[in-house]
Structures are given as structure tokens and as C-alpha cells.
Design a protein around this ligand. Structure first.
Ligand code: ADP
Ligand code: RBF
Ligand code: MG
Length: 226
């Protein structure tokens, strides 16, 4: 069970990430446990645990924060809703490949094909649900107009928030996740963290060349989630 009392507003040192951070992970967005996290307002994009197991086998389970680079190019539903690059400036997110349409219709603007967002994530066995396999599930701090299964995701983990806990109810779990979101957003706004979405790190966050070696059919079947 979680400890009683108020939560700390920030996580990680003010001066910036300390070892073992930053940690890089990447993978296609795959189907998760299908528990309806979306209905609770906290959808989590799951990625395969392979990179974690091979490159960071000793990273403790827990709740972390960082930045996500997302490419909708390999995501049939999302990419189809976007039109080829136009001259319109992008919305609030980083857009290397702007896809806003010039249409005057009232339809919501298509999301940029490539974007960077703050994120909060859970690595582990979800003790509340007693999972038997480890998962990496990422709640991106941004509202998306539709699902993006199959999208390519780069994750830069910059800090640790807390261990995973069991809870007395799903409401108590969701309440703590809401606090995690606020802690992550606040922590990432600090200059020593915000700089990780720029320069060479931005280049890494928006490099999806690894996706060329990924078999789309395997992503669809979910066989990468082992
Ligand atoms: P699953 O059990 O398949 O992971 P979820 O209920 O956790 O299902 O929903 C996750 C899916 O929701 C993601 O794979 C993604 O396509 C979509 N999604 C929409 N908005 C977000 C968001 N802000 N963060 C993460 N995923 C999101
Ligand atoms: N699951 C747990 O069992 N215990 C946790 O402490 C926990 N913390 C989470 C924190 C965040 C930021 C996120 C995104 C997920 C967390 N989860 C945790 C996973 C959660 O149970 C899962 O996303 C469910 O599917 C939500 O309904
Ligand atoms: Mg999920």
C-alpha cells in the first residue's frame, strides 16, 4: 500500500538527471492488457519490454517520467487521417513534419506526424492487478484525437518518481496516477530537464530509423510483447 500523507511536488534532482538516467528505449506501440485504462482517462501506450530486459535488466520496477518522440507514419489509422506536409504552422507540439490541413472545415486539425511530449510511465508488474509479466506502459501528457497502435515510439527516461504499489481500490490507484502526471509535468518543466527535448536529444527522440527493421505483422499480432 502507498504511504499516507502528501506527495512531493517534484521528483529527481533540480540540477538534472543523475545516473542511470537518461535511459533510452524504443518500440512500436502494441496492445496492452485491455483493461480499459482509457475509460479511466489514463490510456497507456505499451511498448515491448525487450530493450529494457537486454540493456537495463537491473532497472527497478516503478513509476518514471521523461519525454516521448512519436511517429504516426507507421500507424495506419492515424497516418491516414493526416495529409502530406503543408505550409501551415504546427500546433503546440514539436512538428518536424507538419500535417495540418489548409481546409476551412470545422474538423479538428490532424496531429503532426512526428511530435515530442512529456510523459509518465509505469515499469513493472502492476501489483494492483498482479500481472505475471513485466510491462512498460506510457501515459503521454497530451490529448490525442484517436488511437495510434503501431506508431513508432522513442522514450527518454529522465527520472524516477516512486515504487509501484497495491491499492485498496481502482479509485485510489487512479488518484495516485493523477498526482504522478502532475509531478512528471512539473519536474520536466525545469530547465535542466526541458533541455532534453532539444538539440541532440531532440534528434534522437525523432529518429525512427529502427522501425525499418520491425515487422508490421508481428506488431499487429502482439508477438513482440513477450
Ligand atoms: P491497451 O491495454 O491496449 O494498452 P489502453 O486503454 O491502455 O489500451 O489505451 C492505450 C492506447 O490509447 C494507446 O496504445 C494509444 O493508441 C491510445 N492513446 C490515446 N491517447 C493516449 C495518451 N495520451 N497516452 C497513451 N496512449 C494514448
Ligand atoms: N499499477 C499498479 O498496480 N500500481 C501502481 O502503483 C501503478 N502506478 C502507475 C502509475 C502510472 C503513471 C501509470 C501510467 C500506470 C500505473 N500503474 C500502476 C498501472 C495501471 O495499473 C495500469 O495502467 C492500469 O491498466 C490502469 O487501469
Ligand atoms: Mg496500455
Amino acid at each position: 500500500m502507498p504511504p499516507n500523507g502528501p506527495r512531493e511536488p517534484y521528483a529527481g534532482p533540480e540540477a538534472g538527471p543523475e545516473a542511470p538516467f537518461p535511459i533510452k528505449l524504443c518500440g512500436p506501440v502494441i496492445k496492452g492488457f485491455g483493461r480499459g485504462s482509457k475509460e479511466l482517462g489514463i490510456p497507456t501506450a505499451n511498448i515491448p519490454t525487450e530493450g529494457l530486459s537486454t540493456e537495463h535488466p537491473t532497472l527497478p520496477s516503478g513509476i518514471y517520467y521523461g519525454f516521448v518522440g512519436l511517429s504516426l507514419k507507421s500507424c495506419p489509422s492515424a497516418a491516414a487521417a493526416s495529409t502530406p506536409a503543408s505550409s501551415s504552422p504546427s500546433t503546440t507540439t514539436t512538428s518536424l513534419s507538419s500535417t495540418n490541413t489548409t481546409s476551412s472545415s470545422s474538423a479538428p486539425p490532424a496531429p503532426p506526424l512526428i511530435s515530442i511530449h512529456p510523459a509518465v510511465l509505469s515499469i513493472g508488474f502492476n501489483p494492483f492487478y498482479k500481472n505475471t509479466v513485466r510491462s512498460v506502459e506510457i501515459h503521454i501528457l497530451h490529448e490525442f484525437p484517436r488511437d495510434f497502435y503501431g506508431a513508432a515510439l522513442n522514450l527518454l527516461i529522465l527520472g524516477y518518481i516512486r515504487p509501484e504499489y497495491d491499492y485498496v481500490s481502482v479509485d485510489a490507484l487512479v488518484e495516485d496516477i493523477r498526482v504522478d502526471c502532475a509531478v512528471a509535468a512539473r519536474s520536466l518543466e525545469r530547465p535542466a530537464y526541458a533541455r532534453f527535448r532539444t538539440g541532440a536529444w531532440e534528434a534522437w527522440l525523432t529518429d525512427f530509423s529502427w522501425m525499418e527493421g520491425v515487422d508490421a505483422a508481428e506488431v499487429e499480432r502482439g508477438v513482440l510483447n513477450q
